[in-house]
Design a protein around this ligand. Sequence first.
Ligand code: FUB
Length: 320
Amino acid sequence: MEARYLIPDDYAADPAVHVFNGKTWIYPSHDRDAGIPEQDDGSHFDMVDYHAYSIDGDPMTGKVTDHGVILDVKDVPWAERQMWDSDVAEKNGKYFLFFSAKAYDGTFHIGVAVSDRPDGPFKAMPEPIAGSYSIDPCVFKGPDGAYYIAFGGLWGGQLQRYRGNKAVYTAAEDTLPDGYRCALEPAEDEPALCAKIARLSDDMTSFAEAPRDILIVDENGDPLKAKDHNRRFFEASWLSYRDGKFRFSYSTGDTHLICEAVSDGVYGPYKFDKVLLQPQIGWTTHHCITEIDGKWYLFHHDSAPSGGKTWLRSLKVKPL
Ligand code: FUB
């Protein structure tokens, strides 16, 4: 079946889609043209707000409604720019928007904003989540009822600066003269850097434990290597539970694939399983997988409608 463009009148990327009280909600990044030249650290993705959208009924045909701005960077005390990927979770009638943004010192962190409604407005906590870093939060309610957050992204997402949850490299060390495949990543034959996962606190506003690695292993049980660009994690974490298995899906970044790995436990290790989505028009690829009325759907973005402008992306959906 042909994929459907969901928001033809605006640019939107990095979908997070959930069903809350029987209604389907989309929380995307809100792309705009900030006039910043394209550069390796992703500064041209300079988004300033988030909108919420809802879909009536079948996501392939149902009416999509824009509920307007739910959070603006000017209302986030700690954040200066680049409102990147976000996700929303519901717990006990409250809604928690988790989002990545750059602080005034140029470092990415993950913030939380709270609302009584899925369409906001959301009020941001004054500080980012303590101990948070990098980008692309995804919040997953496990079959045990606990909430987990997965996050991380390489290159512009700054994950390569961290080891053991500590910043061990500086921004200046990020960039090599010959480009952004930087010295801070492990050597080619070393294990690749991993996305992170932590259980959330009961009030959903902090990590209940130190973030752990989401290890992806190959068919022999060996960790994927840094040189394995077709399979190693780059950004865009998403967790789902289907057919009795935990499924971790993600983007491979510079090889532009969406891949999935499976595990018997939420923390992994996850065994590499398959490619879910081939490269699309545009550089980034980012997705989510959501069950709506008993069917699973893949939401993702591409840059076809903007004529390939990597920072102006459009949201699509198709049955998984
Ligand atoms: O939208 C900005 C960044 O591009 C996201 O955080 C990444 O996942 C990539 O899609």
